[in-house]
Design a protein around this ligand. Sequence first.
Ligand code: GDP
Ligand code: MG
Length: 160
Amino acid sequence: KTPLVGVPGTKFERTFIAIKPDGVNRGLVGEIICRFERKGFKLVGIKILHPTKAQAEEHYADLSTKPFFAGLCNYFSSGAVVAMVWEGKGVVKTGRTLIGATNPAESTPGTIRGDLCIEVGRNIIHGSDSTDSAKAEITLWFKDSEVAEYQGNQTWVYEK
Ligand code: GDP
Ligand code: MG
C-alpha cells in the first residue's frame, strides 16, 4: 500500500493540489481536473471544503511574514476549496509546470494560470512546491482513509 504522502522519485510520488475559492466559484473545477487527468496523473484523493482562517494560516505558514499574508489567508478561506491528492512520476514538479508561474501575468499560455486567470491574488490554484511541502500539505488536509488505492491506467502511462 502506498503511504499517504506517497513515495517521492517513483510513480507513487504524490502532491497536494487545491482549487482556490475563485477557481471553484468560477466553475473551473472540471477544467483543472481534466488537465491533470489527461496528462496521466492519477487522482487518489478529492474533497470539497470551506477552510477556516486558521487552516489557511497553517497551510500558508511559510509566508506569514509577507505583506500579502493576511489577504492571502482571507482569500483562501473565503469560500469552497477543492482539495486533491494527485499521484504519478514527477507529479510535484510537473504539477507546478501544469499550473504555471505564481503571477498569471508571467504564466505561459497553455498553463492553468496562463490560460485561466489574471491576478496573483486570484490565481485559482495551489500546488505543493517540493516533495517535502507535499508531504506536509497532504498530511495537513487528508486522513489516510480519505485517499483511495485503485488500479488506474499505470500500465499504459509508464514503460515499466
Ligand atoms: P505559489 O506556490 O505559486 O502559489 O506561490 P507562493 O507560495 O509564493 O504564494 C502563495 C500564494 O500567495 C500565491 O499563489 C498567490 O495567491 C499569493 N501571492 C504570492 N505573491 C503575492 C503577491 O505579491 N501579492 C498577492 N496579493 N498575493 C501573492
Ligand atoms: Mg507556494
